[in-house]
Ligand binder design. Structure first.
Ligand SMILES: Cc1cc2nc3c(=O)[nH]c(=O)nc-3n(C[C@H](O)[C@H](O)[C@H](O)COP(=O)(O)OP(=O)(O)OC[C@H]3O[C@@H](n4cnc5c(N)ncnc54)[C@H](O)[C@@H]3O)c2cc1C
Length: 436
């Protein structure tokens, strides 16, 4: 139906991708709704606003005229209810918006685990624009915020630590695990990142849980108390970065089926006809291949948006994300992963690990120990080309081929030192030791 109204709830990468691709394919009426910001912005760039590398306006990939030119209406407001029988969204201010088809793209929210004091002033996650504004207000400098405590050692926690360091605010970083992100990273990598965090003068506390957050007389954070030792750490900001979960409270009383996220099939369709979900808030009934049922990463949101636009424009296709990849940054060390490298080799798998003597670069390659098929690679401090690994995974190359041809995948700029010959000789040495 060419004149139907597609309403997209959420103006993040997922919502905007589906809107752009519907517009490429059709003349349907499109409205994007969000309570967070007037325009789409790059969430992954938020840290650089605090760090002074860019202004908030610079995180917006499209100029304001883009939306009008492409006939995509933007509506700012918080939706408080969805009535699927009437096909209507109800906003907090009582206004309504009718839709013919609804795309749910409401993203994530920071986890809170019921800690005493978690809602005090100066306690915040680091996900939404409003949270960045709270961080700016409570931690503008090291005179007002004499210490920040960050709770939860994942990708967002380490970004927040870097943000605080950029303004010379001392940081205590509470990590429940025995080593940073060791549920995901193999030991050699995780331990290298521990040392890198310490080298940035962060007070990293491993095996440490938050017990409670205390308040001053104005309802503002005063300190945190640690579970294991009872130690009290005075602070002006607490960053809650113990993961995120789908932002779906608004659908809990609707007919739309939810679990942790909004449940969808392979076509990103919910249990309600003409209602779809994509991005961080969508949960597959069963993970695709080795993937988790919920994938809270930027590029999967974009891919889901592109895929769903086809279905909405009468070319129903399933979401097929291809080989897993991801990237992040731990202070000065860039991290990339292609294919699957689990924290410990699974049955029938082997890891080859190489680390440079300067303790800021390493590589872990995972392969099948009997067929020697290459399964995945993690690289730290060395940039690699996504396309090359994607091809090698598709071609089911063996590990020997991948190591031998690693220089073809290198993406570091000209004049950067290359380490492939070191990696190849370490790999050959290890093979000789094993054979002996
Ligand atoms: C600091 C940070 C760094 C990150 N770094 C990386 C990275 O390096 N690589 C990577 O792959 N991923 C990264 N991510 C994750 C990535 O940003 C997310 O996976 C992605 O932005 C999710 O996009 P989305 O469109 O699904 O949802 P979102 O971007 O969350 O957009 C959803 C929008 O819907 C709005 N909304 C929700 N409910 C309502 C409602 N009831 N009414 C109105 N509006 C509503 C929200 O306010 C929000 O604006 C990072 C995330 C953060 C916070």
């Amino acid at each position: 139906m060419e004149n139907e109204h597609i309403v997209i709830l959420g103006n993040g990468i997922s919502g905007v991708s589906v809107a752009r691709h519907i517009r490429k394919l059709s003349d349907k009426k499109i409205t994007i709704v969000s309570g967070e910001s007037d325009y789409f912005f790059s969430r992954t760039a938020l840290m650089y606003v605090y760090m002074g590398h860019m202004k908030f306006e610079h995180t917006q990939p499209y100029e304001a005229y883009f939306w009008k030119k492409n006939r995509i209406e933007l509506k700012k407001g918080w939706v408080s209810e969805v009535q699927t029988a009437q096909k209507v969204l109800i906003f907090e201010d009582g206004t309504t918006l009718k839709y013919d088809r609804l795309v749910i793209a409401t993203g994530s929210k920071p986890n809170k685990f019921g800690w005493p004091g978690q809602d005090l002033k100066g306690v915040t996650g680091m996900y939404h624009k409003q949270e960045l504004e709270a961080i700016e207000a409570y931690a503008p400098n090291n005179q007002i915020c004499k210490r920040a405590v960050i709770v939860g050692g994942g990708l967002i926690g380490i970004e927040l630590a870097e943000m605080m360091s950029s303004r010379k605010i001392p940081v205590t970083f509470l990590v429940r695990e025995s080593s940073f992100w060791n549920g995901v990273l193999p030991a050699g990598e995780s331990e290298m990142i521990n040392r890198h965090i310490f080298n940035h003068h962060i007070d990293l506390r491993l095996n440490t849980n938050l017990k409670e957050i205390t308040s001053d007389e104005n309802g503002r954070v005063k300190s945190v108390i640690l579970q294991e030792t009872g130690e009290e750490i005075p602070c002006g900001l607490v960053g809650l970065t113990a993961g995120v979960s789908p932002n779906i409270d608004v659908f809990k009383d609707s007919e739309i089926e939810t679990k942790r996220g909004v449940l969808v099939n392979r076509f990103l369709e919910t249990n309600i006809e003409s209602v779809y979900a994509i991005g961080d808030c969508a949960e597959q009934h069963e993970g695709i291949g080795e993937r988790r049922p919920i994938e809270a990463v930027w590029y999967t949101g974009r891919m889901m948006g592109e895929t769903l636009a086809q279905t909405i424009c009468d070319n129903r296709i399933a979401y097929k994300p291809g080989h897993w990849f991801n990237s992040a940054k731990f202070f000065d060390i860039e991290y990339q992963t292609y294919g699957w490298v689990f924290s410990k080799p699974r049955e029938g798998e082997a890891h080859f690990h190489w680390k440079h003597a300067d303790d800021t670069k390493c590589v872990t390659v995972c392969y099948d120990s009997s067929s020697r098929r290459f399964l995945g690679i993690n690289t730290f401090g060395i940039r690699m080309r996504h396309q090359v690994f994607d091809t090698w995974l598709n071609e089911r190359r063996d590990v020997d081929y991948v190591i031998e041809n690693l220089c073809d995948a290198n993406f570091d700029p000209e004049f950067f030192k290359h380490f492939e010959s070191d990696i190849i000789s370490a790999f050959k040495n290890e093979a000789q030791v094993e054979a002996a």
